[in-house]
Design a protein around this ligand. Structure first.
Ligand SMILES: [Zn+2]
Length: 266
């Protein structure tokens, strides 16, 4: 039987994504740095706080986050494990509605405000239309999440970011798929007066041919698309019922299984 394994787009085996919370005005500088180096990420926003204090307005958010993903972070940033289920439903559903009205696409991801969650919350999320949710506990690895509603990042930018980046860039074993996931808050670069941390990182990790730069949702959707593939029992061919391509390594040969068609693997 031929050996078929999943690859990232164009046959890559490394992906990088960033995740920054709260939608503060410091995101202006962060997004500028990311865009200069072709790095993509997800911004988890409290819709009820837009335009207050040092938070971006709706209009500026729409412009600034173009090309990145905006995802939910609740309306008002409560510690949700302390909230009633009624409050939780409101905080997530209303955040989705407001963000969807501004950004014009279905909001399906979130990060837990204050990192707060529990099993009951996780079980409720799919009924609120949330498909992935990021936590704050880091793995210090480049592993693919097993539980997307408890998506652990690789590291916070304060924790040896360049050391992690050098390890990541140096990874070469093609038998694994790697994901580097960095999270934080952009205002921390102001507070800690260390914008050079993210500038150096983006300059070093960006613009590489062997890395797929993607938002959180693009990565999630890609793995779902792979799970949806309909392989023949022999693995002679595969039907991709989705819209986007999924890339496979077939006995070491890179094959693009295009959306909506059947692809021969022979
Ligand atoms: Zn937050």
């Amino acid at each position: 039987m031929r050996r078929v394994v999943l690859c990232y787009p164009e046959g890559k085996h490394k992906a990088l994504t960033l995740s920054y919370d709260d939608g503060r005005t410091a995101d202006r500088r962060l997004v500028g740095i990311m865009n200069r180096h072709g790095i993509k990420g997800t911004f988890h926003i409290n819709s009820g706080l837009l335009g207050t204090n040092d938070r971006l307005t709706k209009e500026e958010s729409l412009e600034l986050y173009a090309g990145h993903e905006v995802s939910a972070h609740t309306v008002t940033h409560p510690t949700i494990a302390r909230c009633s289920k009624e409050q939780l439903v409101y905080e997530i559903t209303e955040d989705r509605k407001q963000l969807e009205q501004i950004f014009g696409y279905t909001v399906r991801g979130m990060s837990y405000p204050n990192g707060s969650f529990n099993r009951q919350i996780k079980e409720m999320l799919p009924f609120l239309g949330i498909e992935y949710a990021r936590v704050v506990e880091s793995t210090k690895t480049f592993a693919i999440p097993d539980d997307w509603l408890e998506w652990k990042p690789s590291c916070h930018h304060k924790h040896d970011l360049m050391g992690m980046a050098e390890t990541f860039v140096g990874l070469h074993k093609q038998q694994y798929l790697y994901l580097m996931y960095v999270w934080g808050h952009s205002y921390e670069f102001d507070t800690d007066n260390n914008w050079e941390v993210i500038e150096q990182f983006c300059e070093y990790a960006g613009g590489r041919d062997d890395i797929w730069y993607a938002t959180n949702m693009e990565i999630y959707d890609y793995f779902q698309a792979f799970r949806q593939l309909k392989f023949s029992a022999s693995q002679d061919f595969v039907w991709n019922p989705g819209a986007g391509s999924v890339w496979l390594s077939v006995d070491g040969r890179i094959v693009e299984a295009k959306g909506g068609v059947q692809t021969s693997l022979a």
